[in-house]
Write a protein that binds this ligand. Structure first.
Ligand SMILES: *Cc1c(COP(=O)(O)O)cnc(C)c1O
Length: 360
């Protein structure tokens, strides 16, 4: 059996070493020493100014919307994971979807301005598969119309663009450290901002809005994460280079073997590094995709239609809307298995299988 993904697990002894410290200190959560250490290490690793370790990537998005005090309409992409949309709705704002660019699969920056109204307060865009959005174009639009920018960087851990972290763009960037992501702490999320006032506000929001033990500075939530999760994050961080190398090797193997397969890969942003978070391909047709999936499933190989369907066309709490590129791409896109334990032989086998389906 080849699953679509497998969480990376470090040697159990290394994780256990952290556990004995937790037992000694009897400090399990509430911004303990391991959580603080992880924040420091990640700040250095990612080369960002400020960063908060939070419960998960979804809470990170919701806290970002809350901290920026967003109201009214938020422009966003229909081609993302559900949390990008649900966090907007959960925070009482209205989603305004803008179609994606068929090459990058990110929100099409050239179509954003046409959707701006006097109620628009922000743009919330996803760096899909870790591929940076057109951050400079979005920055320009946001400045011109006085909008805030949040980036859902759940896929973008470690990506750099123009020599700096992708998380340093926008007012706030978020990341997910969920077990299925490239780098994880079992459950977890990150909030990155350049603005130290905003950082203070976010830190307070993370801790119920406490100002001190008896007073509150604003409406908060429990966005903290535990020492156990921090320990997993710390242990895994020592393996990040190896994880990266292995995923690069697997990706190159897919590339080499799929040259004749009738599909394209998203076109990567110029001046950006690649983190090999996923192996997405957009197939020639949905028919070919379904045939491939069928055949792979028979061989116990699992791929994922990521993202399918479009967020704008399926949610019970939103009016259905259709978008030319998003609807077309989401029907034809799939992610192939990519994880640390996957072998080159397995990649070759997967490629061989789908090529055979195509050529039959
Ligand atoms: C995983 C993911 C999230 C949510 O992160 P969690 O840590 O699972 O809450 C948000 N946005 C995108 C694009 C994701 O892939």
């Amino acid at each position: 059996m080849i699953p679509i993904t497998k969480p990376f697990l470090p040697p159990v002894e290394e994780y256990s070493n952290y556990l004995s410290g937790i037992w000694q200190r009897q400090w399990l959560t509430n911004m303990g020493p391991l959580a603080s250490k992880l924040e420091l290490k990640l700040k250095t690793h990612l080369q960002v100014k400020h960063l908060l370790f939070v419960t998960n990537g979804t809470i990170a998005l919701q806290m970002a919307i809350k901290a920026l005090d967003l109201k009214g309409e938020i422009i966003t992409t229909p081609f993302s994971f559900i949390a990008t949309t649900s966090s907007i709705v959960w925070e009482g704002c209205k989603t305004v979807f803008v179609d994606i660019d068929k090459d990058s699969l990110n929100i099409d920056a050239t179509k954003i301005e046409a959707s701006i109204t006097n109620k628009t307060s922000a743009i919330l865009a996803t760096h899909v598969y870790g591929n940076p959005c057109d951050v400079l174009a979005i920055e320009k639009i946001a400045k011109k119309h006085n909008l805030k920018v949040i980036y859902d960087g759940a896929h973008a851990f470690g990506v750099k663009i123009n020599g700096k972290s992708i998380f340093e763009y926008g007012d706030i960037s978020t990341c997910s450290l969920h077990a299925t992501k490239l780098y994880h702490s079992s459950e977890g999320g990150l909030i990155v901002t350049q603005n130290s006032e905003l950082l203070k506000k976010l830190a307070s929001i993370r801790n119920f809005g406490f100002k001190d033990s008896v007073s509150f500075s604003e409406l908060g939530i429990n966005g903290k994460n535990s020492e156990f999760h921090a320990a997993m994050g710390l242990t895994n961080l020592d393996y990040i280079d190896r994880i990266h190398e292995k995923r690069k090797l697997l990706t190159e193997c897919y590339d080499k073997n799929l040259k004749k397969f009738r599909a394209y890969k998203p076109v990567w942003s110029k001046n950006a590094t690649i983190n090999f978070a996923y192996y997405p391909i957009v197939l020639e047709s949905e028919e070919l995709l379904l045939k491939c999936m069928d055949d792979l499933k028979r061989k116990e190989i699992f791929v994922r239609r990521y993202f399918y369907p479009s967020l704008a066309s399926t949610l019970p709490y939103l009016n259905k809307e259709y978008f030319e590129i998003t609807d077309d791409v989401s029907k034809r896109v799939m992610c192939l298995p990519l994880y640390y334990d996957l072998t080159l032989e397995e990649v070759e086998y997967i490629c061989h299988t789908i090529l055979k389906v195509q050529n039959n």
